[in-house]
Design a binder for this molecule. Structure first.
Ligand code: SAH
Length: 245
């Protein structure tokens, strides 16, 4: 009888453990939380913890629903500390890199920005939350169209998406106060340097296929000043002929 009682108690405890564990995990494990909580966790642990302090950027990262910019099968990983595939062999950048590239450009609501490499449209949405207007160029038609539709559905009226080769920039809308390049050429494209306004800033990964340096360029009195930021790994900037620049 005593043994039967013990077995019953053991059984009850065994049944309760997974439940109790699940409850405590839910509070701490971002994978079991709502997208909003995951976003907050992302901003605190990946962005603020690494020293990004610009309130406009933190606000934009807390607002823009990153999970809407990734394919359905990756939605649960959308707030992870890494890049993710977005189709066509391309990737959405790690959240910290999005924040860092945005911060070094020193943006505010008076600025006109050009992005080369629309991809999912996430970086463009972050920029549009902060700046007056965003022009963004994507080489791959399928990705550009998808981003254009999503950004329109989300109500962004200050973003212009063009399908084309961003190496050439977008002369009709230039000069730009800031240029952000999210694919990597082997050298800094001259048309982009020309389309940068006086006092403007450009952030761009430059280098070989698998290793590049993120570089910040500033135009002062018509001259370009260059500063290295950190080593990075972006997808290559391609031409319409399928060759990497
Ligand atoms: N900023 C994006 C991530 C971009 S990934 C986001 O927030 O999701 C880099 C993108 O650059 C890819 O979509 C790739 O197709 C695009 N790309 C490559 N070469 C390009 C070029 N010459 N002009 C415009 N886009 C280019």
């Amino acid at each position: 009888m005593a043994n039967a009682k013990k077995t019953l108690i053991c059984l009850l405890i065994c049944m309760m453990v997974p439940f109790m564990f699940g409850v405590t995990c839910r509070a701490e494990n971002p994978f079991l939380q709502s997208f909003e909580k995951r976003r907050e966790h992302m901003v605190r642990t990946q962005i603020e913890a690494r020293g990004i302090t610009d309130k406009k950027i933190l606000k934009a990262l807390r607002k823009v629903e990153r999970h809407k910019f990734v394919p359905k099968e990756y939605q649960l990983q959308a707030y992870g500390d890494y890049p993710l595939p977005i189709g066509e062999g391309q990737t959405i950048s790690q959240p910290y890199i999005v924040a860092l590239m945005t911060e070094v450009l020193d943006l505010d609501s008076s600025k006109k920005v050009l992005e080369v490499g629309t991809g999912s449209g996430y970086q463009a949405a972050i920029l549009a939350e902060i700046c007056e207007s965003v022009c963004t160029i994507e080489l791959i038609g399928v990705l550009g169209e998808k981003a254009k539709n999503l950004l329109a559905d989300l109500g962004y009226e200050n973003i212009n998406v063009k399908i084309g080769d961003g190496y050439q920039g977008w002369k009709e809308y230039g000069p730009f106060d800031a240029i952000i390049v999210t694919c990597a050429p082997s050298h800094i494209p001259q048309p982009l340097q020309d389309q940068l306004a006086e006092g403007g800033k450009m952030v761009i990964p430059v280098g070989k296929k698998f290793t590049q340096e993120l570089v910040l360029l500033t135009k002062q009195k018509g001259k370009i000043k260059k500063k290295d930021i950190i080593p990075v790994r972006f997808v290559p900037m391609m031409g319409k002929d399928g060759k990497a620049y």
